[in-house]
Design a protein around this ligand. Structure first.
Ligand code: KG4
Ligand code: ZN
Length: 338
């Protein structure tokens, strides 16, 4: 008999997700319904569209998660839900669904910080102990966290402007590549020559772990416009070489700042999470930095790097074990720093 069985619910951005996870870290089911195509024409996530889609899909995702795990509500120990940070409409939809289930089935409710969900994922996937360093790199976030406990996070630095995923998405838009931009840019970069163009690596000349990506994006825009002016258009090779240079600068910035974070906070492991952690060049660069520092490198499988509810169920389990319980007054918080 498992000790704990949690239902996790996530709806803070553009993925509606539900999952069932046990106290031993077994993922019995993890359902994710994405909305990429719904927002495709708008060049970004439209909060109203996202909120409506979450409201329509949450019940079905929960049912499917239970069905795949072959469990009923009466088998659950508690419900964990993302209570922020994120788009308020989506977070509210998830919190209301979780409250309904908890009240209806007489289960405890645990509110989870979405970022804590990402940050605790290496404990779910690899069972690592505290402390460790987490580089969270997604479409909305970019920060170094030293994770000292289930509810103890110390921010060592982060982006002062764009998030890396956002920068990848904007570059893809500049080059008329499909969204989400990260995978498109990576695919183009694979065929390109990263040495043809030299893009800036902002803030590397300054100490500390803060990062900046908007200058990189602006430099890519200028380069694109120069090529168009000189040649009358962009050739396939230009696009590929620009993507390769951009990805290489991105990997260079993240690697150098990780090196500094590990030097400032020598811990046994460096972990990554967030959609950008899917990038193979970035992963390889970080792996090398970890190896140089004598630290283990942990990159969760992609489906657990991007937004999902298994990480929320797991973070809920970790909080619950520390005695955390929330009431029916649990609030949705659009802003909620760790
Ligand atoms: O974590 P995530 O699924 O959602 C949040 O932002 O919370 O991350 C999505 C971001 C998008 O900006 C996407 O372009 C980026 O992750 N991404 C990538 C790759 N795959 C996804 N960026 C670079 N390389 C990739 N292979
Ligand atoms: Zn996320």
């Amino acid at each position: 008999m498992e000790d704990l069985i949690f239902l996790g619910i996530e709806s803070s951005c553009d993925d509606t997700a539900a999952a069932i996870v046990t106290g031993e870290g077994r993922i019995l089911s993890s359902v994710v319904a994405g909305q990429t195509e719904m927002h495709a024409d708008f060049g970004g996530v439209v909060p109203e569209i996202a909120a409506r889609a979450h409201t329509e899909r949450l019940d079905h995702c929960v049912e499917q998660a239970l069905q795949e795990a072959r469990l009923g509500l009466s088998d659950l120990s508690a419900v964990a839900v993302t209570a922020g940070p994120g788009l308020i409409g989506g977070v509210m939809a998830g919190v209301m669904t979780a409250k309904g289930i908890a009240a209806g089935a007489g289960l405890p409710l645990v509110g989870v910080n979405h970022l804590a969900g990402h940050a605790l994922t290496p404990r779910l996937t690899d069972g690592i102990g505290f402390p460790y360093l987490m580089l969270l790199v997604s479409g909305g976030h970019c920060q170094f966290l030293r994770v000292d406990g289930p509810q103890e996070f110390h921010r060592l630095g982060g982006t002062i402007d764009d998030a890396p995923g956002e920068a990848f998405d904007k570059l893809a838009k500049l080059l008329a590549l499909p969204q989400p931009g990260g995978p498109s840019v990576e695919a183009e970069a694979r065929l390109g020559d990263g040495d043809r163009f030299d893009l800036p690596r902002p803030l590397l000349d300054r100490p500390g772990c803060d990062m900046s990506f908007s200058g990189l994006k602006t430099a890519a825009l200028r380069l694109r416009d120069r090529l168009i002016a000189e040649q009358g258009g962009l050739r396939q090779a230009d696009r590929q070489d620009l993507c390769a240079a951009f990805q290489s600068a991105m990997a260079g910035i993240l690697a150098e700042k990780s090196r500094r974070a590990l030097a400032a906070s020598p811990v046994p492991a460096l972990a990554v999470a967030g959609g950008v952690a899917a990038n193979q060049t970035i992963r390889a660069a970080l792996q090398q930095v970890a190896a140089e520092a004598g630290a283990t490198f942990l990159a969760p499988p992609l489906r657990l790097c991007t937004d999902n509810a298994a990480m929320i169920a797991w973070a809920g389990i970790e909080r619950y074990r520390e005695g955390a319980r929330d009431g029916m007054d649990l609030a949705a918080r659009p802003r909620w720093p760790l």
